[in-house]
Structures are given as structure tokens and as C-alpha cells.
Design a binder for this molecule. Structure first.
Ligand code: PLP
Length: 409
């Protein structure tokens, strides 16, 4: 028999930056019997989750739900709005931004990568993977595109491979200042329901997101929040699409149904997640994430290890990337921490394999979970003989004690 649960006692610490731990409440909701997806009860569930999602994305426009991982929703955003050979300007902030641009190329789009040029001593191989989007570079590039050949600008809101949260309002302002008609497509797969996000106010045309991060659900559903301009663009876009096509889904969603079999039990979970987030209020959800992130960063700074994000203005509230000394294999450290302390940390992705690890501090967590996480990291670093300047556990405890959060509303 395949054994998938090798954590027989106590709690496994899933501190990767998504999938994040799923609350018991959501697991229980998902265990309800699967119902007829064309029956009367289903329509009520469909309408509830579709409306609830609009509050989370802060939009009055439709939000499309796909039974797919985030990668599917990336593809949906591109193929619904663009035509073969269209030029897209894609800002490279990290591994996920580059995977999205790889997909755009495969779909037959003309991809132009734009990236910051700041040199970096700590990570010379990936200097632009330590900073956020420089909106001025986008504005400069668009100003030179006088024929408006660039059809879309694509950026990642919270770059999960690095721990950097870019300023999306600034990107919209840059596009507007260049008086350029390009659509703005944003990946907020790991930002949504952790970091402040405003689809309508920031003038985003398509926001791509997923279930397994701030929504505290298992992986398996993903989203496209769209704008009226994006819907208009989809009417003329010629990239081939069938399963991903918005129009049919939006039409049927008006009654709470889908043209295909939706992921019923994940939608039960989504309904519960929306209730939880609404009861807490988004502003408290964001404040909680900011506070946790500050506590974890205090720990990393106390160890004397570099935080991957080099610009405090764009520190991620979702995760913190920790750069390890060059002589240490960060994956060997992660393996030891997993085996000894039942704690999973995020690996270094792409160019950063073995050079860093990522601590997720999102979703279903609390101060003590994060202190245990920091303790697991600190014990692992010591066992690997990494010289530490001081105690991260002490620093995190002091941060959490000095900045009340807790259960009080
Ligand atoms: N974009 C970002 C920012 C992500 O964090 C991820 C996954 O972690 C993806 C895209 C890809 O999503 P998925 O793995 O659900 O397909």
C-alpha cells in the first residue's frame, strides 16, 4: 500500500509558500457528499462563491473559476485576450514570471522580457530576482512603442520564488502615463487574500490566481478576474482556445452553473474559506500577514543571513526567502529540517536551486506555528554548522510579544 502520511504523531509543519495548511473547517466542508452539478442546490453554491470571490479580488466584474492549477489560469488569461504573434511585455522578477513568459512563447506570442538592471553582490546570478517591478522601465518602454504593437503587459504581484511583492498600482500608472492601450495582466496566485489587492481600483484587466495559497484551500481550482476591456478584447482575440474560453463560462455562471463538471468539493471548501475571510475582514487578514512577515524577517536578520528581497519597500507579507552561505547546499538543509523536525520549507527555484530556502507565513497559521518554524530552521542551521550572529527565535518572540495581534478583533 502506498503510504502518503509519514507524520504519525503531532502536527506536520507545512511552511512552504503554498500549498498552505488547510483549516479543519475547510476540510470538513469539503467532505460533504458531492451533489448533482446541474441540480437546484448547486446553483446556489455557484452563485455564492462567484459573488464572494468578487469581494476578494475587489471587483464588480466576473471572476472565472477553472478546475485547474494556477498554470491553467495563466494560459486562460493569455489565450482569451491575445492573438498569434501579438507582442507582450513581461517583467522578470523571478522563477514564476519566467515560467509565464515561457508559456507565452509556446503559445506563439512575441515575448519581450523586461527586467531591472541593478547589480547585486549577494546574488550576482539573479540580481533582478531580489527586487520588485520598476514601473518606470515599463513606462519608458511603452513610450517608445508609438505604433502600439505591444498588446499586453504581464507582471507577477507576489513573486513566490523570491518573496517580493510588486506595486501593481504603479504599473497601471506607468501604462497610463505612457498613454498606451496595452492590457495589464497580473499573476496574484500567491498574493490574493494575503496581500492587499484591488483588481478594479488598480485597473487590472486580468488577474490570475489560485486556491492553494491565501484562500487556504488544497490545489485544484484557479481564477481569472477580468475587466470589461479584457472581455471586449476576448471577442477579437484569435489564439485557439476551447476549454479556457471565457464567454460560455461567464454566460452560464450567471445562474451559478458551469458548461462542464466543476470541482464541486473544492467549491464547498471555497465557500467556507470565503466565510472565514469575510468574518475576519480583508484588512485584518492583510495586517496579520504583514505582522507575521515582520516577525520572520526579524529572525532572519538576527541570524545574520540575507533576506532575498533586497528592497524593504517590497518585502512580501506571504513568504520570506533566506539566502544561505555559498558553501551550504540549502536543499540539504531543508532535507535535514524535514527529517528531524517534520517541517517543510520551500526550495530555491530555477537559478536559485540550492542557494536559498523559503519560509511561508501565510493562511492558516499563528505566532506559535511561526515560532516553531523559526526554531526548526535555527536548529537545522546550527546542525549544518552555519555561523549565526544571534538567535532568530529570540528575535521573533520579541517581535510578536511587542506587536500584539492574536485573537482580538
Ligand atoms: N505563479 C505563482 C506566483 C505561483 O506561486 C505559482 C505556484 O506556486 C504559479 C504561478 C503556478 O501555479 P500552479 O503551480 O498552481 O500551477
Amino acid at each position: 500500500m502506498l503510504k502518503l502520511d509519514s507524520h504519525p504523531v503531532g502536527q506536520h509543519f507545512l511552511q512552504i509558500p503554498g500549498p498552505s495548511p488547510v483549516p479543519d473547517r475547510i476540510l470538513r466542508a469539503m467532505s460533504l457528499p458531492t451533489i448533482d452539478h446541474r441540480g437546484p442546490e448547486f446553483g446556489m453554491l455557484g452563485l455564492k462563491v462567484l459573488e464572494g470571490l468578487q469581494d476578494i479580488f475587489r471587483t464588480k466584474s466576473p471572476v472565472i473559476i477553472y478546475p485547474a492549477s494556477g498554470t491553467g489560469a495563466w494560459e486562460a488569461a493569455l489565450c482569451n485576450t491575445l492573438s498569434p504573434g501579438d507582442r507582450v511585455l513581461m517583467y522578470e522578477t523571478g522563477h514564476f514570471a519566467s515560467l509565464w513568459s515561457q508559456m507565452a512563447r509556446r503559445l506563439g506570442l512575441g515575448v519581450e522580457i523586461i527586467a531591472g538592471q541593478t547589480a547585486d553582490e549577494v546574488l550576482p546570478q539573479a540580481p533582478n530576482w531580489r527586487r520588485g517591478v520598476d514601473a518606470e522601465l515599463i513606462a519608458e518602454r511603452l513610450r517608445t512603442d508609438t505604433q502600439h504593437g505591444i498588446k499586453a503587459v504581464c507582471v507577477v504581484h507576489n513573486e513566490t520564488s523570491t518573496g517580493v511583492t510588486s506595486d501593481i498600482a504603479a504599473v497601471r500608472a506607468a501604462i497610463d502615463s505612457a498613454k498606451h492601450p496595452a492590457l495589464l495582466l497580473v499573476d496574484s496566485i500567491s498574493g490574493l487574500a494575503c496581500a492587499d489587492y484591488r483588481h478594479d481600483e488598480w485597473g487590472v484587466d486580468v488577474t490570475v490566481s489560485g486556491s492553494q495559497k491565501g484562500l487556504m484551500l488544497p490545489p485544484g481550482i484557479s481564477f481569472n478576474a477580468v475587466s470589461a476591456r479584457a472581455i471586449a478584447a476576448s471577442k477579437n482575440a484569435r489564439l485557439p482556445r476551447s476549454y479556457w474560453a471565457w464567454q460560455e463560462i461567464i454566460a452560464l455562471n450567471k445562474t451559478g452553473y458551469w458548461p462542464y463538471t466543476p470541482n464541486t468539493n473544492l467549491l464547498y471548501g471555497l465557500s467556507e474559506s470565503l466565510d472565514m475571510l469575510q468574518a475576519e475582514s480583508l484588512s485584518r487578514v492583510f495586517a496579520r500577514h504583514r505582522r507575521w512577515a515582520a516577525g520572520v524577517r526579524a529572525a532572519v536578520q538576527a541570524w545574520g543571513l540575507p533576506i532575498q528581497c533586497a528592497d524593504p519597500k517590497v518585502y512580501s507579507p506571504v513568504l520570506t526567502g533566506v539566502i544561505t552561505p555559498p558553501e551550504l547546499d540549502a536543499d540539504a538543509l531543508r532535507k535535514l529540517i524535514f527529517e528531524r523536525f517534520d517541517l517543510s520549507l520551500g526550495t530555491g527555484l530555477g537559478k536559485l536551486k540550492g542557494r536559498m530556502f523559503r519560509i511561508g507565513h501565510l493562511g492558516n497559521s499563528n505566532d506559535l506555528t511561526l515560532l516553531a518554524t523559526v526554531a526548526g530552521c535555527e536548529m537545522g542551521l546550527k546542525l549544518m554548522h552555519v555561523p549565526l550572529r544571534g538567535s532568530g527565535v529570540q528575535a521573533a518572540m520579541e517581535h510578536f510579544a511587542a506587536h500584539p495581534g492574536g485573537l482580538a478583533p
